[in-house]
Design a protein around this ligand. Structure first.
Ligand SMILES: *Cc1c(COP(=O)(O)O)cnc(C)c1O
Length: 347
């Protein structure tokens, strides 16, 4: 019995071949491939401009710095998200202000975010969890700059437009098992020329007439060549994810559990397929693992627990109830049916 992993990157022969050009030319650090990747990425999603960086975390950090976030400021983030956001905020010296999320989609609650606003608030980071876009309109109308975190939602749409089009700045991640990969990598996009100029100024330390603290957050040409190759396959990879999600929804519909939420305003990309079974998630996950199928809790530990904060009931419930099923472009329908069959036994 082979084990079905929970997630895995999608790498094929064309990705191998794409690396030949930078390898053969000797241009392995940032160069023409980075420029091509940035233009291709911006063109694909109708973004004005895009700057490739070394990770999603770096993209968040540089976005906060571009907005002038510093010690004494506050930045709002959701509790139900990985600690990358907490790190990026902490690098700037600003105070993280944590907001609970909505149970349906796991995205930041607008009511909870609003309650965290003060005169010191400089930004709200809004991740689109599991590939289902957050309801951005009410968040944007709070009057605080919104950074869209599209790390899990590349290619998803909100009110017909791609995520990343709405924030004052938006960030993406190309970590191994994200929607598309460059090994490690990220992107910052914005329609604001001044903000993009600041991001570009800070991501590279050399050839500046004046000194100020800058970073080495450049993407390499090796990564960018892989990125270009992956971007060409992105539509195909998203459509495979959608087909697998449809298969799960159809075949599991007899079970008494909550299926992934889908708003009428969005077109999701199913970075994750997360179901909710009241209170029994851990038991089901353990049972599935025994049968060689790696289902997981979608989040290792929520932000408020790292900060030892109390009073995040929705996030606590999501931690108890949520199960993430294997979903990725290379998961065969046959394996997906094996997941379905075992899930009926365990749930
Ligand atoms: C993966 C992820 C990040 C961090 O991206 P890295 O490239 O791993 O630094 C940030 N936010 C969200 C929502 C993520 O899923």
């Amino acid at each position: 019995m082979t084990t079905i992993p929970h997630s895995c990157p999608t790498i094929d022969r064309s990705d191998f071949l794409a690396l030949e050009k930078p390898m053969a030319s000797g241009q392995v650090s940032a160069g023409p491939c980075v420029k091509s990747f940035e233009s291709a990425f911006a063109a694909k999603f109708d973004f004005k401009d895009a700057a490739a960086v070394s990770s999603g975390t770096a993209a968040l950090h540089l976005s906060l710095l571009a907005l002038g976030v510093k010690k004494g400021d506050e930045v709002v983030l959701p509790s139900y998200v990985c600690p990358a956001l907490l790190n990026a905020i902490s690098y700037t010296g600003a105070m993280p202000k944590v907001a609970d999320v909505d149970y349906e989609d796991g995205n930041i609650s607008c009511v909870a975010a609003k309650a965290q606003l003060t005169r010191k608030t400089k930004a709200i980071i809004v991740p689109h969890m599991f590939g289902e876009p957050a309801d951005l309109q009410p968040l944007l109308s709070l009057g605080v700059p919104v950074i869209e975190d599209c790390a899990q939602a590349i290619g998803a749409r909100y009110r017909g437009k791609y995520v990343g089009s709405f924030g004052v700045l938006s960030v993406f991640s190309f970590y191994a098992t994200k929607m598309m990969t460059t090994g490690e990598g990220g992107m910052v996009v914005s329609a604001d020329k001044r903000l993009m100029a600041r991001v570009r100024d800070m991501l590279s330390y050399d050839h500046h007439p004046e000194f100020c603290v800058r970073f080495n957050n450049k993407m390499t040409d090796l990564q960018a060549a892989l990125g270009c190759s992956q971007l060409k396959k992105l539509d195909k990879m998203i459509s495979l994810r959608r087909s697998l999600a449809r298969l799960y929804s159809e075949r599991l519909k007899g079970l008494d559990m909550t299926f992934p939420f889908h708003s009428l305003l969005t077109t999701p990309v199913f970075y994750r397929y997360v179901v909710k079974i009241s209170g029994r998630a851990q038991k089901v996950i353990t049972g599935m693992k025994k049968r060689g199928i790696n289902c997981e809790r979608p989040l290792y530990k929520p932000v408020h627990q790292y900060l030892k904060l109390k009073g995040f009931p929705v996030t606590e419930n999501l931690m108890k109830d949520s199960i993430s099923l294997p979903i990725y472009p290379s998961l065969s329908f046959r394996d997906a049916l094996r997941v379905v069959k075992e899930f009926y036994q365990q749930a």
